[in-house]
Design a protein around this ligand. Structure first.
Ligand code: AMP
Ligand code: MG
Length: 352
């Protein structure tokens, strides 16, 4: 596989816009909505056709509700109402765990990515992520003064109870052979995109949309003026700016994992939220961010996390084995990407 390295730096920024009315009654209207759900910012831009005399429904509200329900009913490890929280309780109490069809599908897909990434992606590291407790911190350094690093022995103990091989699924039941906690933080936003896509496909009045849930972005349909969707890629060395954009037509999912998203800094060392399941410490593979481009939301999110842990060389192989495109930025701002990513990527001035 040939890959090219460009000297530069990156960033993703989603424009926040206001509701704009179309002039004619049949012209699609741009409906823009910014809110929070799943502990992150959700930005929606929907092009909605309004038939004469028909009141505009509110697909943006429906999408936000869908994301919140996904978190509270299924994926959150914190909220007691969620299936994942129940599963973690049942693991602690050694009870039989019967999975919903949706959860069975998610866990099966997660185990597949774990196997193919050699364990770099591992949802059984919940005890490790809890110990570090970094995912509750958006961005950076403010609270670092109050932060206590976990002790080596605690990490060793938490790691001993983790491991995707200790998890299996049989007859719709989850079999677990250790006192572990599951964490679906690496795939929640991608799963949300997959579900939003199904919803949009049922909404005839939505002709095009770009929706971001944190670092995961869905593009859908077409823009009324025929131009491409533009998805910015954050510069991990300067997260206020962009290193470039992806120009996309039709339906795509783009997920970025980066060490700038959630972290604490202590004595000049950045401890971020993406863990290396081999060590129990934040992954240190030399990359600052990884962006994955693929059609499927779950896959884009799972692979961005896995590739961040694996680093550029092995990460590219993993992405390509799933037919996904990948773009890596390292600590010097150098960009490396799969051949298939190149036609979509445009360097921003900041990256030049
Ligand atoms: P992302 O930002 O999509 O890369 O996901 C990071 C989140 O996934 C963290 O906040 C953890 O909840 C969880 N996580 C961290 N490291 C891993 C890993 N190696 N495999 C799976 N999940 C992880
Ligand atoms: Mg992810």
């Amino acid at each position: 596989m040939k890959k090219k390295i460009f000297p530069l730096s990156i960033s993703l920024v989603l424009s926040i816009s206001i509701f704009l009315s179309g002039c004619g009654t049949k012209e699609p209207k741009l409906l823009s909505h910014v809110d929070t759900a799943m502990g992150t910012v959700v930005v929606q831009q929907l092009y909605v056709e309004e038939a004469a005399g028909e009141t505009l429904k509110a697909p943006d509200d429906a999408i936000l509700e869908q994301i919140s329900a996904l978190e509270s009913e299924r994926l959150s490890w914190r909220l007691e109402t969620s299936e994942l929280n129940h599963i973690n309780q049942q693991i602690k109490e050694g009870e039989e765990i019967l999975l919903s069809p949706q959860m069975e599908a998610v866990l099966t897909d997660c185990l597949d990515v774990s196997r193919n990434s050699g364990g770099a992606f591992d949802i059984t590291i919940g005890e490790v992520t809890r110990l570090w407790n970094i995912d509750s911190r958006a961005g950076g350094t403010e609270e670092s003064a109050e932060y206590d690093l976990p002790a080596e022995e605690q990490i060793t103990e938490a790691l001993a109870n983790s491991g995707w091989e200790k998890l299996s699924i049989k007859d719709h039941r989850l079999l677990v052979s250790a006192d572990m906690s599951l964490d679906l933080g690496a795939v929640g936003k991608g799963i949300a995109l997959t579900e939003i896509l199904s919803y949009l496909q049922e909404q005839e009045q939505v002709v095009g949309a770009v929706i971001s849930v944190g670092g995961s972005v869905l593009t859908y349909g077409e823009k009324p003026d025929g131009t491409s969707w533009k998805v910015g890629i954050v510069n991990p060395l300067n997260p206020g700016g962009m290193i470039g954009t992806l120009s996309l037509q039709g339906q795509w999912c783009v997920s970025t994992s980066g060490d700038y998203e959630r972290y604490v800094e202590m004595d000049g060392v950045r401890y971020h939220h993406i863990m290396d399941p081999m060590t129990g410490y934040p992954a240190d593979s030399g990359v600052k961010s990884v962006t994955i481009l693929t059609k499927d939301g779950f896959l884009s999110d799972a692979l961005s996390t896995a590739c961040f842990v694996l680093g550029e060389e092995v990460g590219m192989q993993l992405a390509e084995s799933y037919g996904a495109e990948a773009l890596f930025v390292d600590g010097q701002g150098r960009i490396a990407m799969t051949e298939g990513m190149k036609p979509y990527f445009h360097l921003s001035n900041e990256g030049k």
